[in-house]
Design a protein around this ligand. Structure first.
Ligand SMILES: Nc1ncnc2c1ncn2[C@@H]1O[C@H](COP(=O)(O)OP(=O)(O)O)[C@@H](O)[C@H]1O
Ligand SMILES: [Mg+2]
Length: 501
């Protein structure tokens, strides 16, 4: 009998169907890999099992008995521990406080036993001592840790509760090979103790190394479930891709020109290993692959926000040395990120200020000429169909989609010749996406060169003229014409990454 069984699980978020009747079955003493492209419903399924999201329909059985957890505490009490993809650590608190949050050792008086907390944390850290790096001690603040260190702490936090069912949702995404080895060492020990583990990853080599069974999801459904010895890399990719129907290609007005707008040679930086390509005027060049394989790093490097180690960049035939965003902006390069909170809007400032900041920082004028600035930004507000009450209202009052339009309008007002879009439609509504796509088409008709990183594969394949696939910091494939399909994209993206330089 499986220790955990989920059947017919459905979940809808507004108009989005996240799960359309998914099934999943987990055995004790086994590692069960769950794999599938972005947005297929893996995290939602895990959150439903863990009681942090309520299902619309379906049943979950634990040891054969139907259960319905109304919150994560109930699931935790039943022995379910979850590593959340978005991490659940409290950044201002220490490593020790985070690992034992809610189960801190207490003295008889009921007061927190700081010494015991520290020594327990010291013991827990010991498991990852050789791979976690320096500076990680029980009293270190989580806010001061790097992404990989935080992931290891989140793993320790999950294990500290001694769960018998462990869900690891992309727990190895930021880890290097040695760190993955250390985590796998722990997983094997837990398995030997009879724990059951749901292991979500995008790395196919990890699946074949650690899993006893693999389940593939696609569009909210489980489409394949096999013991690992009875399946293959190709069968898994085929299940992820589904029908080999090419995605609907959008109608477009623009035709890429022959002239090269951007030429990059042997560019290396953190997460980038010798990247070379050319992009033409009036072209949308897509950057695809699994999350964090160098797509975003490339855009940030071109914008001067990530230091280069080697390589050269030419814009319109002239060398560009990206020494910080300001020098890059003067060369008519603009950067728009979908991570609005971090790289985009100043939410508490008026829309107007948000709109003109790029113009201002490029000009370095002392006097702010309000009327002129308004005149220069107005056409872009109109073209993007920005909906707002007044330019003096704060950006916080706008919807996410309209906030993104503010960020884009701000950059379009600088008349860029190269536009770097870093997952620009993340979390925005369909209408805003349509407005952005048609604006991009129009910009290309005017000769703008667009580099588009998108985590939405349909979008990437549907609107790019060409797609470069990134894997392990390198470009591993270039998809043109009919090759712009999910099959070709996934084959390149899920291939074992070439060895790092
Ligand atoms: N809280 C939420 N609100 C709205 N949509 C959501 C929410 N959580 C997930 N979704 C949507 O549900 C779908 C499945 O998401 P998710 O389970 O996170 O996929 P995966 O983990 O496989 O990448 C996606 O289309 C995602 O955008
Ligand atoms: Mg997920």
């Amino acid at each position: 009998m499986p220790i955990l069984e989920a059947s017919g699980i459905r979940k809808q978020f507004g108009g989005v169907v996240a799960l359309a009747g998914a099934d999943f079955s987990l055995d004790a003493g086994a590692v069960h890999a769950l794999i599938g492209s972005n947005g297929c419903g893996k995290s939602t399924l895990c959150k439903i099992i863990a009681g942090s999201v309520a299902a619309d329909a379906g049943t979950i059985r634990l040891d054969g008995n139907p259960v319905s957890f109304s919150d994560p505490q109930e699931a935790a009490a039943a022995g379910i521990g979850v590593f959340y993809q978005e991490l659940s650590l409290v950044r201002p608190m220490t490593v020790a406080e985070n690992i034992y949050l809610g189960r801190e050792p207490r003295m008889r008086t009921g007061l927190l036993d700081r010494d015991a907390l520290r020594s327990q944390a010291e013991n827990a850290l010991e498991q990852f001592r050789s791979v976690i790096g320096t500076g990680v001690h029980p009293d270190a603040r989580v806010a001061d840790l790097s992404a990989d260190q935080s992931q290891l702490i989140e793993i320790l936090k999950v294990l500290a509760a001694n769960p018998r069912i462990i869900i690891l949702d992309e727990a190895t995404a930021a880890l290097d090979r040695n760190q993955v080895d250390a985590v796998f060492h722990r997983i094997r020990a837990l398995k030997a103790d009879g724990c059951a583990i749901i292991f979500i990853t995008h790395r196919m080599d990890e699946v074949f190394e650690i899993a006893d069974r693999v389940t593939v999801m696609r569009n909210g459904l489980t489409v394949l479930s096999q013991p690992i010895g009875q399946t293959s890399h190709d069968e898994i990719v085929a299940a992820m891709v589904g029908d080999v129907m090419p995605p609907a290609r959008r109608e477009r007005k623009h035709v890429p020109a022959q002239e090269t707008a951007l030429e990059v040679e042997q560019l290396s930086a953190a997460k980038l290993a010798g990247v070379s390509f050319k992009a033409r005027r009036g072209e949308i060049l897509g950057l695809g692959g699994l999350h964090g394989q160098g797509q975003s790093a490339l855009l940030r490097a071109l914008f001067g926000a990530l230091p280069l180690k080697a390589g050269s960049i030419q814009v319109d035939g002239k060398r560009l040395a990206p020494k910080g965003p300001r020098t890059v902006m003067r060369r008519s390069i603009a950067y728009v990120s979908g991570d609005r909170a971090r790289h985009g809007v100043m939410a508490i400032r008026p829309i107007f200020e948000n709109l003109v900041i790029s113009l201002l920082s490029r000009e370095r004028r002392v006097v702010v000429q309000t009327e002129r600035l308004e005149r220069e930004t107005r056409p872009f507000i109109e073209r993007l169909k920005l909906k707002f009450s007044s330019l003096q209202a704060t950006v916080a009052e706008l919807s996410g989609g309209n906030q993104q339009k503010v960020v884009l309008a701000r950059w379009l007002a600088t008349h860029p010749s190269v536009l770097l879009l870093d997952d620009p439609t993340k979390g925005i509504d369909i209408q805003t996406k349509e407005d952005l796509y048609s604006t991009m088409d129009e910009l290309c008709s005017q000769g703008v060169c667009i580099l588009l990183h998108s985590s939405d594969d349909e979008e990437l394949l549907g609107i790019s003229d060409r797609v470069l696939v990134f894997n392990g910091g390198r470009i591993v494939a270039e998809l043109t014409g009919e090759q712009r399909n999910r099959q070709a994209l996934y084959e390149a993206a899920y291939a074992t990454a070439p060895a790092a330089a």
